[in-house]
Design a protein around this ligand. Structure first.
Ligand SMILES: Nc1ncnc2c1ncn2[C@@H]1O[C@H](COP(=O)(O)OP(=O)(O)OP(=O)(O)O)[C@@H](O)[C@H]1O
Length: 294
């Protein structure tokens, strides 16, 4: 697509305070993680190290705890058990280093907030410890909107935008602080194929140039298959983790679900057939990973 690249330099404070001496050290480190709501255990014994520049795809059926995992990483949900360090600190303490694209929520149509205002909110107005000039902020906001293909409606109230257009603005907002970790909750939902590619390429570029670690919750592995280093697959209170070739197999998923699940590869795409609990109102009610449109 050749979209503008949006990379902002790290401030000295960023490099110092929370950047580890070892540049390859995990930015997320979870040990013996357990998450339960009452008696219901979503996942247990979760051990997870995510390193700079790594792309972790989180898959699993509705209700398996994918969003909850992101909430744990953000410090908005407490672990039931285990320990977690994000950028070497307890979760929730380094939020400006974390970009978060929440699961899609539409803005009310009457909101007067413009697309550029929403992105502006993602900036804290400071860089290198100094306040940013208004013109600098404006340029940064313009660059971010341009990078996600949203420049044309920068001044449109967000409530008047379509779901896919709103989604692009939210992605620009999540990138505003040049995050070291990007947490994405189904960011491609509502996007047409062209804009899925735009966003996927943007995320890929950020990993390469800025070493941003990406945790990407999705029901659609195919649009990001070329980027994925590891898959974390959550289901039935358990999980499997490894490369796509290790996890996305009939034997691994059948073992995880405790029933026959078939994983087939067609034209470089992965299709999961017979995945239980995948027919609960999600876009892929046939239980197949990676719908036909990808
Ligand atoms: N604060 C909470 N208290 C109790 N139950 C909760 C809470 N938050 C989430 N749940 C439940 O935990 C389960 C996992 O929710 P979560 O949103 O993490 O699933 P998910 O894997 O992201 O699902 P989906 O694919 O549908 O987005 C759901 O059944 C949800 O209703």
């Amino acid at each position: 697509m050749g979209r503008a690249e949006v990379v902002f330099p790290l401030s000295p404070a960023d490099r110092g305070a929370s950047r580890s001496a070892d540049p390859g050290a995990p930015v997320i480190s979870l040990r013996d993680g357990v998450l339960a709501y009452g008696d219901r255990v979503l996942w247990r014994d979760l051990r997870l190290d995510v390193r700079p520049g790594e792309f972790l795809a989180v898959l699993g059926p509705n209700g398996s705890g994918k969003t909850s995992l992101l909430r744990v990483l953000l410090g908005r949900q407490q672990l039931t058990g285990g320990s977690l360090a994000v950028l070497g600190r307890p979760p929730g303490s380094g939020s400006r280093h974390i970009g978060y694209i929440p699961q899609q929520a539409f803005q009310p149509t009457h909101t007067l907030l413009r697309a550029r205002d929403l992105v502006r909110l993602g900036l804290d107005g400071h860089c290198w410890g100094l306040p940013l000039a208004r013109r600098t902020i404006r340029h940064r906001v313009d660059d971010l909107l341009d990078a996600v293909g949203a420049a044309a409606y920068a001044d449109t109230p967000i409530g008047r935008l379509s779901g896919g257009e709103q989604q692009r603005v939210r992605i620009a907002q999540a990138l505003a602080t040049d995050p070291r970790i990007l947490l994405c909750d189904e960011p491609l939902l509502s996007l047409d194929l062209q804009h899925q590619r735009t966003i996927t390429e943007l995320v890929a570029e950020r990993r390469r140039s800025a070493g941003t670690a990406v945790v990407f919750v999705t029901h659609e592995i195919n649009p990001v298959l070329g980027l994925v280093d590891r898959v974390l697959y959550l289901a039935q209170g358990g999980h499997r983790m490894g490369s796509p070739d290790e996890v996305m197999t009939s034997s691994t998923l059948s073992e995880l679900y405790g029933t026959q699940v078939d994983v087939v590869r067609v034209g470089g795409r992965i299709v999961v057939v017979g995945e239980p609990n995948a027919g609960t109102g999600h876009p892929h009610d046939d239980g197949a990973e990676g719908g036909e449109s990808q």
